[in-house]
Design a protein around this ligand. Structure first.
Ligand SMILES: Nc1ncnc2c1ncn2[C@@H]1O[C@H](COP(=O)(O)OP(=O)(O)O)[C@@H](O)[C@H]1O
Ligand SMILES: [Mg+2]
Length: 159
C-alpha cells in the first residue's frame, strides 16, 4: 500500500522491540495511527505518553479511523468524560488520565473490565497508570521536535 510505504520511509530507527518514527504533520501522525491499528492484537492496552500538544489525541484519531470504528473528527480528547467508546462489535476505548490521581480514581474508569472484553484500550497520559493487569501492552512515546515534527517511539511491553 502506498501509505504503508510512506510510513516506513519515516521509520528512522528500528531496535529490537522498538520502532521510531518522525512525522512532519498531523496528517502523517494520523496515517501512522491507521497503519498501527491494523497490526495491534486484542485485547491490547496502548499507553500514550508525551507532553501536551505532542499529538497523542491526533494519533488516536488515526488508530480509530484505521479500525473503521469512527471518523478522525469524531475523536476528541476525553479529558472531561474520562473514557470515550467507539465502535459496535469492535470496541475501542479511549481514556485520558490527565485529571486522574491515584489508584482509587483510576479504578472508577474500569479499564481492567474493558480489557477483559477483548477491547483495545488506549490511554493518554498513560505514564500515570498504576498496576493495570493487561496482556499485550504497547507503549508509545510522543515528543515535540521543531515545528510540526514529532518523534514517535513504539515499544511492545509484551505479555
Ligand atoms: N506531526 C504532528 N503530529 C501530531 N500533531 C501535530 C503534528 N504537527 C502539528 N500537530 C498539532 O499539534 C497538536 C497536537 O494536539 P493533540 O493531538 O491534542 O496532542 P495531545 O493529545 O498530546 O495533547 C494539534 O494541534 C496538531 O494539529
Ligand atoms: Mg490529548
Amino acid at each position: 500500500m502506498e501509505k504503508d510505504h510512506r510510513i516506513l520511509e519515516n521509520l528512522s530507527r528500528l531496535q529490537e522491540n522498538r520502532l521510531e518514527f518522525v512525522t512532519h504533520s498531523p496528517e502523517e501522525t494520523i496515517e501512522l495511527g491507521e497503519y498501527l491499528a491494523r497490526r495491534l492484537p486484542r485485547p491490547c492496552l496502548v499507553i500514550l505518553q508525551g507532553d501536551l500538544g505532542s499529538g497523542k489525541t491526533t494519533l488516536v484519531k488515526g488508530i480509530v479511523a484505521g479500525l473503521g470504528v469512527a471518523r478522525p473528527e469524531e475523536v476528541t480528547s476525553p479529558s472531561f468524560t474520562l473514557v470515550h467508546e467507539y465502535g459496535q462489535d469492535d470496541k475501542v476505548y479511549h481514556a485520558d488520565l490527565y485529571r486522574i490521581e491515584g489508584v482509587r480514581e483510576q479504578a472508577t474508569l474500569g479499564l481492567e473490565e474493558l480489557l477483559e472484553q477483548d477491547a483495545m484500550v488506549i490511554v493518554e497520559w498513560g505514564e500515570k497508570l498504576i498496576d493495570l493487569e493487561a496482556g499485550v501492552q504497547i507503549r508509545i512515546r510522543m515528543e515535540l521536535l521543531d515545528g510540526e515534527d514529532r518523534r514517535i517511539t513504539i515499544e511492545g511491553l509484551g505479555d
